[in-house]
Every structure is written in structure tokens, then in C-alpha cells.
Design a protein around this ligand. Sequence first.
Ligand SMILES: Cc1cc2nc3c(=O)[nH]c(=O)nc-3n(C[C@H](O)[C@H](O)[C@H](O)COP(=O)(O)O)c2cc1C
Length: 574
Amino acid sequence: MANPERLPPTSSSLPRHGHDAVSETSGAADPISIALSYHQQTKHHLDRYARSLGYLDWASQPDPFRTFEGAMRVELPLAADSLITPFADLHTPVTVPARPLDLTNIAILFELALGLSAWKEFRGNRWALRCDPSSGNLHPTEGYAILPTLRHFEAGVYHYVSRDHCLERRCTLEASAAAELANALPGDSFLVGLSSIHWREAWKYGERAFRYCQHDAGHALATVRYAAAALGWSALLLDACSDDEVAAMLGLDRAADFADVDPHDREHPDGLIVVSIGPVSWLPRTLLVESVRGGQWTGRANQLSSSHVSWDVIDEVAKATWKPATDEPGRADNTPLPPLSSPCRTPAATLIRQRRSCLALDGQTTLPAETFYCMLDHLLPRPEVPPWDMLSWSPQLHAGIFVHRVAGLASGLYLLERDPRIHDRLQAVLRPEFLWEQPADCPEHLRLYCLKQADLRRTAQIVSCHQEIAADGAFSLGMIADFSQTIRQKGTWWYRRLFWEAGVLGQVLYLEAEAAGVRSTGIGCYFDDAFHELLGLAGNEFQDLYHFTVGGPVEDQRLMTLPPYAHLRPTRTG
Ligand SMILES: Cc1cc2nc3c(=O)[nH]c(=O)nc-3n(C[C@H](O)[C@H](O)[C@H](O)COP(=O)(O)O)c2cc1C
């Protein structure tokens, strides 16, 4: 059957055009209720998909590339080929010598984090793929750099354009503000900023799009961390700053610069990441928002679509999950043992750029148990091990895994607990008949439990919106978040953080699959409550936030693959 991700699901409810759509949540008073209600409302059900237009309005397809007209451009060299750090070394980053902070290495960071990885062509249509994956390849995530004074760069704020592999200079700082910025950041470091344009996803997916934007932001966080690690650099998400501050630092709140565009084409602040060539032992306390506001700004944002459809619930949940300034959290507890070593000596830069989602899996490839356990092990957080060392929090997500073809492991439903403290709570709510047996050959520190032995290929396919890739992989999984308690106790903005963690988990799986010679695909289209029902989960204490599948790929021979930057070479070779 048609893949509902590539051909969007037809909503059984009526599409809602224009700006007069009435939200089901508009009566909800407090932010927590709004977020919980948004989540409930945007579930896909076996008999009904979350609301979307139900068809693709090609005339209003958003431009996947944001540019700022009038902003001076710094062309970046295409230098990632020169980076030969083996993928395996990313798990022991102390072994990777740090590259200097200069034009070439900043260029590599952006190329590997957010740059193009290929162009695809089919029947005269051409579209770009990127190192960061995106639901529907719609790419809501935009990337920024806030740089101190460096050779080739005046201190200021820059926006990355992946198609042109350049940084557009949005803001230059006065000498005194530049000095303040240099003092505020750890030595030899700079900031990477991320933002989301919700409309890019909403154009295709309607109300559920806000979730996908958060997944994509999570994937992008991880691609930044992996790219930095390949350069021998560290990267940490700045957890304390507010969304107001992030917006100001990236110029997203500059109404005049977005005056030519419809409000739907504006950007929503996600986060700032400190990227440093050495270990980061302290984080900036203040963000110099006023100095950056007072800088000299240039550039006007481009319009992305000729017309738009409003999805009011997205605006409401975006507002409800807007992050206030918070205390800098302590670092999380981590898995005490070193990671299982990866045998993959392929350069990380090669794996990162060859990463692809598979359109189909072969239904045959069996994974060695050792490879499977190594993949799961790399989903656990450890100090100084990317990408988890960029996040301050302990794991909030666990995995319900459909094992289909792993050598020596019975097919069935398994549970991976990424934090031992969740065990009692999960055991109390999952189906009482579950086995809770640890596989005999499983490394002891991996909290993997067989819950049920059975051939669950059909079940896995059904709960992933009938997508065959969920049955045809060696395994597929659903990510189970510690949901309502986290949001109630830590703040509504955690709704977004939970999806970010899911995106980071997904990026680990994407790269681990490439390293193991197989392939994977993120699955945002799944029937939420059907998966909950399977596990015995009732209520919203735990919620399924993302699916994933891993297996032997089947290439789509109809698609032509073209190199990512043929249009820029040879002038840009580093
Ligand atoms: C959050 C998210 C959800 C996705 N959901 C699905 C899905 O349900 N089905 C599917 O076939 N692909 C899915 N994908 C894969 C995207 O379609 C894919 O990333 C995109 O087309 C870009 O291709 P690439 O990953 O090869 O760069 C998803 C990807 C992401 C990041």
C-alpha cells in the first residue's frame, strides 16, 4: 500500500482553511492543559488520522530554503572530505584531536550538521536531502551561528543557507559588544542556534506538524553534536535561557526584518548550543541580549509560500510551551560503564553524508545480536560521549521494541529501560502477563526485557500507520516517554524537550544503522493509542512519541541521485 508518510494521510475530518478555524483547545485555560490537549487531539487513530488538509496544495508548497535578502554572505569551503575521524572514535571523543576554530572547520560543522547530502530526481522533479533528516523532507529547522571575531568573520549573528553552503551575516556587533561576547563565552567557542518554521510541516501534515518540528529539532541537535565531535569539539545545549532570549539572539523577534513575509513564515526559537574546541567547564550566565539587539542588523526574510492555512492549535501549543528562563540544571546521572566499542572505522563525515531514510526494507536481513546490543547501548547517556553529553537531563524516553530478525533472539516485544529508576513505574502499568525476562546473552548493564515472544510483524506494521517498513526491518520500535508527570513537574516547555530527546534517539539509530551496514527510517506516522493498548498503557502517564525501524534497505531504482554541491564545486573545495 502507499506509504502514508510519502503520500499524506487523508483526514477523515474536514480540512480547515483560512484564519477563522476554531480550535478545540481554545477553551483550555492553563498551558499544561493546552499542551496535553494538543497531544491528545493530534493522535492518529486506527479509524481517523489527525487533522490535515488531506491533500497537497502544490501551489502553496513552502520554499525549503530561507534567505535574508541584503545580508552579506560568507561563502564556506566544502571541506568535509578532509575530515577522517573514524565513526567509532566518536564514542571515545578524548581520542579525537580538536581542530582549530576557523572558517574551514566552521564550514565542516555546518556541512555535516545541516548541509545538503544529495539531490534526488524523479520525472523532472528535483529535491535536496540534508544531513539532518526531516519528516516529509520539509525541513522546518533553520540554523544560525553567533560568532566572536575570527579571521573571515566579524563578530555577530549569521544564518546558514544549506543550498548555497554560506553564512548570511544578519548582525555585526560593535567592538565593545564583540569583546563582551568573547568574554561571555568559554574560550575558543561560539553558539549555534536552531529555530523552526512550523508552517513548513503544517503545509503537509496539518495539526500534527508541531510534533514533527520538535522531532526535527531533536535530530538537528544531534547532527550538530556529531559534527562537532568529528572535529574533536564539544557541544552543550544551553538549558537555562528563555525562548525570548533565543529569539532576540537570533533576530527572530525583529518584526521589521520579517515585514515582507506572512506571519506563518516566521521562525520559532528552539535553542542555543555552545560549541567549543575544548571541554566546556562553564556556561554563559548572561546572554548579552541587549548588545546583540543593539548590533547592526541587515537582511529581510524571504516569503516561503504564496498562501497559507492556519492551524490554530499549533500557535496555541507553541505559545503554551514557550520556555521561560530557568536555572541551569545540574548534569544528569549517567550509565557508569564505557560504551560498547563500535567496529566502524569509516570516517564519520562519510557516514553522516551517506545517511538516508529507507523507503522500503527487504524483510530478510538479520542483525547479529552483538550489533543489536551495540546499537541499544549507544542509546544510553554517558559523560563526554556524544550526542548524549549535550543534554543536561536524565533519559525521559524508553523503547518498546518489536524484534523481528535478530540472530539468537526470539521474535517478540521487548522493553529497553534507559534509566533504571523507571523500572517500578513501568512494571506497575504495563500488561501484567508480560514476561520481564532478560535475554541470556544480553550485556548485563542493558536493561532489555523480553515482554512477549511472538511474531509481531503485522502488529508492528499496523501500529506504524500500516507502513511495511515497520514489519520488514530487523527491528522497529516505539519511544515511550515519561510524559504527563514530566510536563507537570518540570514545565510545559518540556513537551518540546521530550520530542527533542526522541529526535536525538532517532539520529543515534540513523547513524548506528549506517555504521552497521543497514539503514533506518524515522516513523512519525503511528497510531498512538494502538501502541499504548498493546503495552497496556492507559491514561497519559506514559506516551509514545516516535517510531523507528532498522533493517536491510531496498533501493528505489527509479530515483536518480545527484551530488549535493555539484552546483558550487570546484570554487568551494576546501
Ligand atoms: C520526525 C520524522 C518522521 C518521519 N516519519 C516517517 C514516516 O512515518 N514514514 C517514512 O517512510 N518516513 C518517515 N520519515 C523519513 C523522512 O521522510 C526522511 O527523513 C525525509 O524524506 C528525508 O530523507 P532522508 O532521511 O533520506 O534525508 C520521518 C523522518 C523524520 C525525521
